[in-house]
Design a protein. Sequence first.
Lengths: 308, 297, 416
Amino acid sequence: MSEPERADVGGGSDNAFWAGFALPGVAWLCLFFLLPFYVILCIALGTVDPIFQTPAPEWNPLRWNTSAFEFVLESLFTSGAAFQTVFVRTFVYVTIATALSLVIAYPVAYYVARYGGRWKGVLLVGLIAPFFISYLMRMLAWINLLQDDGWVNDVLIWAGILNAPRNWLDGRASSVILGLVYGYVPFMILPLYAFLDRIDRSLLEAARDLGASPFQAFRRVTLPLSMPAILAGIVIIALPMFGDYYTPDLLSGSPQTSMIGNQINLYIRGGQQIPVGAALVVVLMLFLTVLMGYYLVSTARAQRRLGR
Amino acid sequence: MTRLRGRWSNPWGKPRFLVLFTALYLVWSIVPILVAIRFSFNEGRSRSTAQGWSLRWYSGDPDLSVLHDPGLSTALLQSLRLAAIAVLVTVPLGVALAIGLTRWRGRGAGTSRAVSLATLVTPEIVMGTALLLVFIHVLTFIKLGTVAQAIGHITFSLVFVLVIVRGRLLAIGPEYEEAARDLGASALQAVRLALLPMLVPAIVASGIVVFAISMDDFVITQFLSSGTNTDTVPVRIYSQGRTAPTPALNALAALTLGITIAIAALAFVLWRAVRAARGQTGSALHEFATLDADTIR
Amino acid sequence: MATFHPRESRYPRREFLQRGAAGAFAFSSMGTLLAACGGGDNGEFRPPELQLARPDNPVTHPLFDDNPMIASGLDPEGGTLRIYNWNGYLWPRIKKDFAKEYGVKVEETFFSTVDEAIAKISSGAVDFDVFFPTVDRVSRLVVGKTLQPLNRDYLSSLGNVWPSLQDPWYDKGSQYTVPYVTWTTGIGYRTDKVSTTPESLANPYEIYWDQANKGRLFLLDDSRDAIGHMLLKNGISDINTENPDEIELAKGELKSLIGAVNVKLSTDDYTNLPEGKAWVHQMWSGSAVSAQYYLPEGVGADALGFWFPPDGGGTIGSDLMAVPKSAKNPVLAHHFLNYLLDEKHGYDNFVNYVGYQPPFTKLDPDRLVADGVVPANLKTAVVRQSDFDTGYVQTELTPSGQTLWQNAWAEFKAGV
């Protein structure tokens, strides 16, 4: 585990010096990250050019036009309405995909960290490899296998599980969820691995000395210790997953599996109602900020429980 | 004690389940890529039936191969161009940011840290939309295309440099700089002469990560593209992948993968040589796996 | 000669945007002229008006003093001709030949939606010499001074085009646009896979609900086309309707397809159908023609079928060519337009690559079948001049109409 920052490092008379180091990066992020958020807000609360229907951002808060937000919120909180359906569906997909990813990532990370031994280097390469392979390339390869005449059907038929080729790409939620898992699980494995690799073995040995079975040692020492890493892993994959639109696009052409990212894409690139798209983006970010806040609170609580 | 150690190394009996599970995962993760690469060498047009071996889709076919299809080769060049710009700008910017944010104290520091980490959890569609609208309506002097895409890549990958370098900074601790200061160096000299050399592995690792992320990026590149001449490989794969693609698409993806790995390997080898020259030791791969809970806070 | 439209505002567009922002959504009742009221702090000026062209309401677009056409008799520029077009809509050989003939470079950039293209052009974020707009965007492009008026002296080949399209109702006198290709939206199907063909049904559009094609039914991922067919299925011939009830009805029909046959959306009709992914596909006529080249081995062109209302009462459209105002090489652009209007080049472009036909007088279905360009069983995919008079053209909607359509479409795509 990394050491806590020491009080005598930094700060003091050198504080301005260190701030100076951070300045270019912070300035860049303000210009190209924070400012764009304000622009999105002003477009969501702005109006539309009557000729081209291009959005006209409204910079003055006093003249903000809330019609786009009203439209979005109404559809979000009316049962059965478009945005609520899509949002709930996205939430369900992300939850299931994240849970599945955790179930897959944790054992793999655990194995490589604890039992890697001589093979650890090779295994790590295998774990890191997906980072170097474009997400789309992996998805494309995966889709290729899912075609009617692809390997998945071939293997399943050969194994007797299927009698005839099944169309995996015709708009199933399961295909989309598994696609999400396939795409995002590598991003969860590395943080978990990094953490599990650094767990202090003596803690586990102490538990065993005190009479715990292996399983109990895992459940009462390793697992609680890993909570911060698990939470971090969940945050790293779940939040970006909310904005995914290309996975449903590639794996299913059906409206039944569309996610909130698809709706945002439709409105932002659909020409007419860009303020609605911008409002959707703002609502999504607010939701994710709440989740992020929950994460920060949970981590703080987990740390406190561990006595740090 | 020895008996305990003996049991320790095998607390579950042999971890057969874990071995199997991990093996299955690696197969599931990597085999589709290998299959796709296999078909890039197909002699026929199919992407799912084995039809011989040839370099047709790489350079042979006069119209459709990667070498001859301008759409595909420009995509590859654009990917490399953006990745190079991203690395050259993001790494220095990110290293400075990491050093500053780790040592800086005060209210501004906490907020800056939060803002810097926020890009990690922002969906790309949000950032893509934000930047697209900014470049069209506010910073209109920046036209869509390579410059806009590069800005997007830099903004998006800055946090990875930050986290990797910060992880190493927290592990290094301040002793070396303090020693340098004791010996009379100014603060800046201490950073330059004592701290930076120790950060080299993290800097190299973050450079490789930025390169890989930039080559892989899809959403931001697509949103900020000014047309097909600024499409990168992932954008090409997406737009052509759903129609009747030829194995040339597989070839393009395989080439991209090959180049990324080659560059990473080259950087790795160079770095190992430098380290050996300096007599340093340690595992290289662990630099990549420094993304953990503490550095994210 | 520049004429002044009697009601045109004298303020440049940028000022208008700053002043008129607040009341932008207030419109007068539906009619042929659309007045955008600026409700800002002083309502004394009148912004330019969008004219909604219809076959029974032809529109002559205004010419503006500050947007003159180029002079006649100039030499074409050198350099690079930049084209902004749909993907796969222009034969690469045409670009090469033109480049060789004029000693220039030709570069093509693709857009995926016309609104994205218009947003980028009108904002000045990109600049092109040749642009391919659609009929339903002409008015706003003209009013927004995004297109420059064309100088007919450079366009001698315009005479090859159907007379009705040389002087079309959406741009009388072809002042800003010339036709590129025409197309219809019909229903494509695999004759060797379907159990019922559209022709055999009383209401051919009912084929979409045929359970035998479950999982193999595709509609075009285009709000105008998909909703359009739902309207036509219910006998509503105004496919530019802004009646909320009719749009609601169409939306309901679309939604019912999800449950009934697991409908999917795509614009890759020219590969989905021949590959067998789709057995019934809402299809553009040009795709029907080019689909024959994507058939797998052993499957002949007779496996493809295309249905369009025999009386010509279906969706028909036209894509256009124009020169943006910001073009750096306007003379060269005019020459390119003329090049494509030439009989030989337009025909080559059509038969060798695009599959969508230019509206040339000399092209008729029988000649194309005789030439072997179009298989006999796909003769219905050839657009006839009479179709353009009897068919329903997708034209411009008012902004509130567009909002209705887009919201209905978004709701359908949300899979509610």
